[in-house]
Design a protein around this ligand. Structure first.
Ligand SMILES: [Zn+2]
Length: 256
């Protein structure tokens, strides 16, 4: 079982130090780097890149998502969002990663009632990002978003339909799916190439340690194992404490 953890858990400490922790945790083989402030220009920091490449860890990249909206009705914003996300494809090649996680967009206040147009913009931009990623040997895995007003592709079936059309892979976020009422039996798709793992109470996207919320994780792991999912289970949690609790939880399920 491939287990990783997001640097979200160590957001208050420098990445160099956080890598020491991830490297020292024998269950974690993958680290997901979030490429936004203060690490937007990570690709230009040769010393940091050398440090990242010096560890016996493998990496995935979460493309930027704060202030980013590929589905914006403002074409300057949507185009800039696309080019910011493409920077993560470039970074992937620098640190030998083949997965980037991409958020598919938000409906702005002025977009209500114009959903059809906005989903069309999102699709066009996802295709652009996906083509660029494919040309560079990277999987741009598009993530289902949490059930928060104006967030797009909360509905996994809609995301799956779009990704089938665009021939793009999915990042399945099980916590986000739980906030939208999906059960483990409703979330397996062949397009899933990457998974964000965390728990919550079924309403708020709180990124709790596994077992601290109400998602049926036993059933989830069972279904993905039966379907021979061989990607990474990426713990997307808010603290090292939550990572350790989640690893304990997985040990208790005899998964590791
Ligand atoms: Zn996520």
């Amino acid at each position: 079982m491939k287990i990783g953890a997001s640097v979200l858990a160590t957001k208050d400490i420098a990445i160099e130090r956080s890598l020491e922790y991830f490297d020292s945790n024998k269950y974690i083989d993958y680290v997901e780097i979030i490429q936004q402030y203060p690490y937007r220009e990570i690709d230009e920091d040769e010393k940091l890149i050398d440090t990242i490449n010096s560890y016996d860890l493998k990496y995935t990249i979460h493309a930027p998502f704060i202030d980013i909206n590929i589905a914006s009705l403002n074409s300057a914003v949507s185009n800039t969002s696309v080019s910011e996300i493409k920077r993560s494809v470039d970074l992937a090649n620098i640190i030998d990663s083949d997965i980037i996680v991409v958020h598919p967009g938000i409906i702005g206040f002025n977009g209500r009632g114009k959903e059809e147009l906005i989903y069309k913009i999102a699709e066009d931009k996802l295709k652009d990002i996906g083509d660029y990623a494919k040309d560079n040997g990277v999987n741009a895995c598009i993530e289902n978003l949490p059930n928060i007003i104006d967030f797009m592709y909360v509905d996994l079936n809609l995301l799956e339909k779009t990704l089938e059309k665009l021939k793009l892979p999915m990042t399945l976020d099980i916590g986000h799916a739980h906030t939208a009422g999906f059960t483990p039996d409703e979330i397996y798709f062949d397009s899933v190439k990457h998974i964000h793992v965390h728990d919550n109470n079924g309403r708020d996207d709180t990124h709790l340690a596994l077992g601290e919320g109400t998602f049926d994780l036993n059933r989830f792991f069972d279904i993905f194992a039966k379907n021979k999912y061989d990607g990474i289970y990426m713990l997307e949690l808010n603290s090292i404490d939550s990572i350790e609790k989640s690893i304990e939880f997985m040990k208790n399920l005899n998964l590791i």
